[in-house]
Design a protein around this ligand. Structure first.
Ligand code: FMN
Length: 345
């Protein structure tokens, strides 16, 4: 690795050797892989999420206050996996966390997924006691109730962050999706609620339809670099405007993607698909690719890189509209009749 550039970054108050870390996934489910990830150059590890449903089922035998043995809830609860289908039960998750912490010297971030500000959140305390350096709150919700307003949904997410922050001494990050009417407003609310970081963005998994079986089927594909653009946009808009750290997750598949995330304003960059495709040593390729690029630009520290592409402007919304119009005009393909289009510029 280059000696002339300083790649260290601060994410959630933690000092990382460089910005590239393992995103929440089964990648860190086995201790031997965890060690390979550290040897492969990962700067930190986020464990897969423990789900609200697992915790409330283990604690009270219920999911979302519904008793699985009560037949009136059978339909609603049928879609959840049986407890044995999860990789780790809540107690096992804590034990795994302790072992991962003992096995590596890089920061280890646990992850909790849920959507209600209820008692399961106190489980976060056990996670902190088990030695996690930080906690990522993975907030994933598709709001289907037409009586629930956007404001109420955002308020609920804010309450989750406040509630966890009230109990916990370790830093917390909120991993959220992009589909909010005014995401900037939510980001600021979570920042004020005490989030130490925002993770941009949760992917929106959409079931496909199997036309032979005529059923909806779960659908998970690894990402491609095109998904990164939405993250770049929001990192650039939020950088310097929120107190908390920013991480990008989604679509970082090459060293150039990683550099773009930093230029947009990310303090940390999470990778899952790229590591599943290329193996743990891809972290070295990411780190060295960044170092070489910085050298080629005569940059010596990440301070000179982070947030260089600025999304802020007094008239940002107007500029976004101008961008929209210019983007449509930039299409240079053939029109429906096969006539080549003139470039707008
Ligand atoms: C197999 C798999 C399992 C995942 N499990 C989790 C999880 O438990 N919690 C979570 O917050 N994200 C989870 N994710 C999402 C990733 O953390 C990440 O946000 C997403 O894959 C986009 O990043 P990428 O483009 O680097 O893959 C998972 C992704 C994959 C592919």
């Amino acid at each position: 690795m280059s000696r002339t550039v300083d790649l260290t970054t601060t994410y959630l108050g933690l000092t990382l050797a460089h910005p590239f870390m393992v995103g929440a996934s089964p990648l860190a489910d086995h201790l031997d892989t965890v060690k390979r990830l550290e040897d492969g150059g990962a700067a930190a590890i986020v464990l897969h999420s423990l789900f609200e449903e697992q915790i409330s089922m283990a604690e009270s035998g219920r999911i979302h206050q519904m008793d699985p043995l009560d037949c009136q809830f059978a339909g609603a609860l049928a879609g959840f996996p049986l407890p044995e289908r999860y990789a780790l039960a809540p107690d096992e998750y804590l034990e795994h966390l302790r072992r991962v912490k003992a096995a590596v010297s890089i920061p280890v971030i646990a992850s909790l997924n849920g959507m209600t500000p209820e008692s399961w959140l106190t489980f976060a305390l056990n996670i902190a006691d088990a030695g996690a350096d930080a906690l990522e709150l993975n907030i994933y919700e598709v709001v289907t109730d037409p009586t629930q307003s956007a404001m109420a949904v955002e308020r609920e997410i804010e309450l989750i962050v406040k509630e966890v922050k009230r109990h916990l001494k370790i830093p917390i990050a909120a991993k959220v999706g992009p589909f909010f009417t005014a995401f900037g407003h939510l980001a600021h609310a979570l920042d004020r609620a005490g989030a130490d970081g925002l993770v941009l963005f949760n992917r929106f998994y959409q079931p496909d339809i199997d036309v032979q079986a005529m059923t909806a089927t779960p659908h998970l594909e690894l990402s491609n670099s095109a998904e990164l653009l939405l993250r770049l946009r929001w990192a650039a808009i939020l950088h310097g405007r929120v107190r908390c750290s920013l991480a990008v997750t989604g679509g970082v598949n090459t060293p150039t993607d990683g550099i773009k995330a930093l230029l947009a304003g990310a303090d940390g960059v999470q990778l899952v698909s790229a590591i599943l495709r290329n193996g743990p040593s891809f972290f070295i390729a990411m780190r060295d690719g960044l170092a070489r690029w910085m050298e080629s630009k005569q940059l010596t520290s990440l301070h000179q890189v982070r947030g260089k592409i600025n999304g802020q402007h007094e008239h940002a919304s107007i500029l976004e509209r101008a961008n929209y119009i210019r983007t449509l005009q930039s299409w240079q393909g053939a029109d429906a009749a096969g006539d080549p289009r003139r470039s707008a510029d």
